[in-house]
Design a protein around this ligand. Structure first.
Ligand code: FDA
Length: 305
């Protein structure tokens, strides 16, 4: 039953008509628990609140799979406005970007032009930029674009996913770029040709890449809500005397907020991924797919209206 729900939410997450309707009618169905709001002003309020509690942020202007050059340029403009808002208010926030929202599916030229504009603005305001990782078909291209940009910009990092067979090799290769990496389990539905089908193997691989990247001496963001992975990281850094400024934990906005605060109290750097904007539908559906228990919460949201 749970698997059926997961598959249904993954399927719904890619529905273009529902995505359009969701944009038109605004945040619905309890999505406000996971999304900071439609506008940068609402997002700023959320960031201020989190910063006040000792939590750092990475802000995500929602949008993905854009196929129109003008729309990609406008999305980049929104990201630049978000960077200016963060920088001028001195908020403790970075920014996260999906390359398909910058024109990855259009051409290298479009995506690189948009990303260079963003990274130039981010450099001016001293805001770090993380390139999110999307589905497997875009992984190679995303890493290529990251490597190209990393030659010219220091304040850019990316993400690797423990569920992919290729990731151990990618972590090794990215070490040569001294990459600041966010390590995640992976959120997309992938075939067993490219990804471990068993959760147990994904977890083992996650531990493996956490250890590799930390011991390679590069900045590591362990992005997970899983206590086993968090405890594993804590033990590893203790054992190898890895300084607290070489790594951080990351979680999604609205998920395990008490645990986020516990980690801050224990003296760890903890960053919350805060999405905002009108294009909330695909992101929200992936969160539902990850944890069908959230459905109960959503149903309450629907019936309260
Ligand atoms: P998993 O889902 O395996 O859960 C393990 C355990 O964690 C559960 O058994 C439970 O104990 C606890 N837990 C999980 N969710 C919970 C909840 N809602 N409430 C209470 N307990 C819960 N993916 C991607 O493909 N590309 C990307 O760029 C990113 N970026 C990203 C940034 C950040 C900051 C995070 C935290 C995650 C991502 N992801 C991502 C998503 C990631 O790949 C993954 O899908 C989710 O983090 C879920 O996996 P977990 O590691 O949390 O564990």
């Amino acid at each position: 039953m749970e698997q059926l729900l997961r598959n249904s939410f993954m399927f719904l997450s890619k529905n273009k008509t529902l995505t359009r309707l969701a944009k038109k009618y605004g945040l619905r169905f309890g999505a406000g628990r996971f999304v900071a709001g439609d506008t940068i002003d609402l997002a700023k309020g959320v960031i201020q609140n989190l910063n006040h509690k000792g939590l750092d942020v990475t802000l995500d202007y929602l949008g993905e799979f854009i196929e129109d050059e003008q729309e990609a340029r406008e999305t980049a403009d929104h990201c630049i406005k978000a960077i200016e808002a963060i920088g001028s208010s001195r908020l403790k926030s970075q920014i996260s970007i999906k390359l398909t929202s910058m024109g990855l599916d259009i051409s290298d030229e479009v995506v690189l032009t948009n990303m260079r504009r963003i990274l130039t603005a981010a450099e001016k305001y001293d805001v770090f930029v993380t390139i999110d990782m999307e589905d497997h078909s875009r992984c190679e291209k995303t890493l290529e674009i990251f490597k190209t940009l990393k030659k010219d910009y220091k304040h850019v990092g990316t993400v690797v996913q423990a569920y992919l067979y290729r990731t151990v090799q990618d972590v090794e290769e990215l070490s040569r770029y001294e990459a600041n990496l966010r390590l995640v389990k992976g959120a997309y539905k992938e075939s067993s040709d490219v990804a471990f089908p068993d959760k147990k193997d994904v977890d083992e691989n996650f531990k493996k890449i956490i250890k590799m990247h930390l011991l390679n001496g590069h900045y590591t963001a362990v992005a997970t809500h899983d206590d086993i992975m968090i405890d594993y990281t804590k033990e590893l850094v203790d054992q190898h005397k890895i300084p607290k400024d070489q790594f951080e934990f990351q979680m999604l906005y609205g998920i395990r907020p008490e645990k986020q605060l516990d980690l801050v109290k224990e003296g760890y750097r903890m960053r919350v991924y805060v999405p905002f904007g009108t294009d909330w539908y695909g992101y929200f559906m992936r969160r539902m797919a990850e944890r069908p228990a959230n459905v109960a919460f959503v149903l309450k949201g629907i019936f309260k209206r």
